[in-house]
Design a protein around this ligand. Sequence first.
Ligand SMILES: NC(=O)c1ccc[n+]([C@@H]2O[C@H](COP(=O)([O-])OP(=O)(O)OC[C@H]3O[C@@H](n4cnc5c(N)ncnc54)[C@H](O)[C@@H]3O)[C@@H](O)[C@H]2O)c1
Length: 363
Amino acid sequence: MLVIQRAAPPSLLRSATAGPQTARRTTIDPVRYPVGVIRAAFVGAGNRAFNAHYPAVKMTADEVELVAVCEVDPERLKRGGDHFGLPAERRYSDLNKMLAEVKPELVYTIMGPTFVKAVAERCLMAGAHVVIEKPPGASVAEVESIQRTARAANRQAMVCFQRRHAAVVVEARRRILARGPLTMCTVDFHKDLIPSGPSKDGMTTLWDDVVHVVDMARYLCGGKVAEVHAYRDAPFTDWPSLYNALVRFDNGATAMITGNRTSGGRFLRVEAHGREIGAYMDDLPRQVRFLTDNTGEPETLTAAELSGSDLPNVWEGVVAMHRHFADCARRNQRATSSIEDALETMRLCMRIEQGAREPAAVR
Ligand SMILES: NC(=O)c1ccc[n+]([C@@H]2O[C@H](COP(=O)([O-])OP(=O)(O)OC[C@H]3O[C@@H](n4cnc5c(N)ncnc54)[C@H](O)[C@@H]3O)[C@@H](O)[C@H]2O)c1
């Protein structure tokens, strides 16, 4: 395979690929990776795909050429095809036809957990790397199946935990790990789902949505899950709506995870601590406040300042995530939120769900 040396795009270097031992200041080092624009396709032009992934993938046109869209809904197919200026013959409603004719190297399979396994596995077996939204299936067994299929096909699958790539998270990890281990984090994701109820596809709000912060806790703490102590309650609802978990990792780090779905509205908060440093992300991923060395003076940095962009898709991490996976696809290497790693997040969700007591009576 042809490999040349060239400077990596800054956005690639800003992505969350560095592990705990390698986190360092952002510098433009030369990196080596194969040349070549990746031939990619979308399956699904639904809400999440069209609002987040279509514009983000368009911003990576220097490394990803979007050559086809497949969508069963004609109006959505039109908006998806129009977004990338595709000719009529590259707009498909039949996935098998699209895979056979286009032979994409990478497919963004952006749809809910009840459909995604069959679609993603078909793409993997056709030789494409795949991107999957969270949650990556309806059960741990389904996620395991996607992982097995990816391994058998020697292809990569990435799950969209884009907050790992958010500018504030990248900076918080970088600063903390420069001083030693990350010792603990607290992650909170609250909503008011009393009017709407839980997701209509039968999955719990932990599996479907609180999973974002379960994944963040795993990512920040590193290590393997050693112990889980959890409570699941159902205040004001007849479905599980309140999760509290204390998780110990085998490297000694601890995470406190809360997801309250009967609170007053959407609130997403992460804090992480290391040696004489605390990073407070009260409105993740908009900004981060650092307290260091007992100076008493917090330093506040916005995601726009850190990323150098006012575009939410950039500072939220969606573009960096897609650049990261394009690079992984080129090298046939695991992404930071690979299906293998995401499987551990989904297993932790199940441990929180199963380790929890039965829902308490509505008070
Ligand atoms: N990461 C995040 O922050 C975030 C935010 C919102 C939603 N999500 C996730 O995104 C996922 C998608 O949500 P959504 O609301 O966009 O779903 P959606 O139902 O609006 O979109 C899915 C689309 O896929 C199409 N589709 C399904 N099977 C197909 C097939 N075989 N061939 C062609 N087209 C097919 C459907 O017609 C539909 O238009 C969910 O899992 C959700 O949890 C993630």
